[in-house]
Design a protein around this ligand. Structure first.
Ligand SMILES: NC(=O)c1ccc[n+]([C@@H]2O[C@H](COP(=O)([O-])OP(=O)(O)OC[C@H]3O[C@@H](n4cnc5c(N)ncnc54)[C@H](OP(=O)(O)O)[C@@H]3O)[C@@H](O)[C@H]2O)c1
Length: 303
């Protein structure tokens, strides 16, 4: 597995990160398989694991902690998020005050069983919430040795654009995949400013494949329901990329990952997977080249 620098943090990360979120963290998903995926990812050379305090109704972070228990975590970058929390009944609430973010980071350390977070990211802050008090609180976490890098996750280009100008922010996580080429200028600006760039949703949540072809079990129904509720635009745009799944040398998921990794400004693509064969297939995409004719077809489909 190839590694890349995480901006100017001094950290390096595997170019493919494993997302510990969504179905992976749910109690309905068998614990043994979930932990096994993390262990196999480590064996495959993955060093970046991304989770969040509110992910999987608050269950993902402690599950990742159980997966890492007794393991050598010194070479890993464990990233989590603060500013949102599970408020019960499946409801996600937000508290983006500096005190709540610091308290959340401290709880995350306990849940994960770590002495320091590799990366603490604000989970969808507004530009106004990235104020001096918040930045000072984040810096204090670094000064106390509780977080090695500070970042944020946002799907709002204006927020990412604002964060790029803030010296306290080391890393930005953006929604970048074949369906989102419009993120490329922003990613280039972030990298030029020395920020690490994480691509969340690099597989476009599978929306390049027909929805019906993906329905093999309850987890797929869960992802399909999420797509119909939140990502109808992506589902429609994904139709133009069916050819990714008919290539002779790459699977569709590998092609999607290789596209994201062909962008040298990206530090890592963070994918989610709950099937071990998906993890292996995705890990094998590290180091693969994106053929020029395939890039041309992707560009044509992107319009
Ligand atoms: N989605 C968000 O809103 C969001 C927000 C912030 C951060 N993130 C970060 O980004 C990570 C990834 O996001 P995500 O999980 O929503 O989206 P994703 O990685 O783009 O897509 C996950 C979906 O792709 C499928 N998949 C993975 N590998 C595959 C393969 N080789 N062949 C076929 N299908 C494959 C998974 O299926 P199986 O489960 O069956 O393997 C799952 O249904 C998260 O874990 C999180 O760390 C996401």
């Amino acid at each position: 597995m190839r590694r890349r620098p995480l901006g100017r943090t001094g950290l390096t990360v595997s170019e493919l990160g494993f997302g510990c979120a969504s179905w992976w963290g749910k109690p309905r998903f068998e614990e043994r398989t979930a932990l096994g995926l993390v262990h196999e990812a480590i064996d495959l050379g993955v060093t970046l694991f991304d989770t969040g305090a509110s992910y999987s109704a608050g269950e993902a972070e402690p599950r990742l902690g159980r997966a890492l228990k007794g393991r050598d975590t010194s070479g890993l970058v464990v990233a989590t998020k603060a500013g949102t929390f599970h408020a019960g009944g499946g409801r996600i609430a937000r508290d983006m005050t500096p005190a709540a973010v610091v308290a959340s980071a401290e709880r995350s350390l306990r849940s994960l069983g770590l002495e320091a977070l590799g990366l603490l990211q604000l989970h969808g802050p507004s530009a106004a919430e990235l104020n001096d008090k918040m930045l000072a609180a984040l810096e204090s976490l670094k000064a106390r040795g509780l977080a090695r890098a500070i970042g944020l996750n946002s799907f709002d280009p204006a927020v990412i654009g604002h964060a790029i100008g803030l010296p306290a922010i080391d890393v930005v996580m953006v929604d970048y995949n074949v369906l989102r080429p419009e993120r490329e200028p922003l990613i280039a600006r972030a990298a030029a400013a020395g920020k690490g760039v994480l691509a969340g949703m690099p597989l476009a949540m599978g929306h390049t494949r027909p929805l019906l072809a993906r329905l093999k079990g309850p987890r797929d129904l869960w992802y399909a329901a999420r797509a119909l509720a939140n990502h109808r635009g992506e589902l429609a745009r994904g139709r133009r990329f069916r050819f990714l799944h008919e290539l002779p040398d790459l699977t569709g998921s590998q092609a999607a990952l290789v596209y994201v990794l062909a962008n040298a400004h990206v530090s890592a693509a963070v994918f989610g997977a709950t099937r071990p064969e998906h993890l292996r297939e995705n890990a094998a995409a590290s180091g693969l080249a994106l053929p020029a004719d395939l890039m041309a077809r992707i560009r044509a489909a992107q319009g």
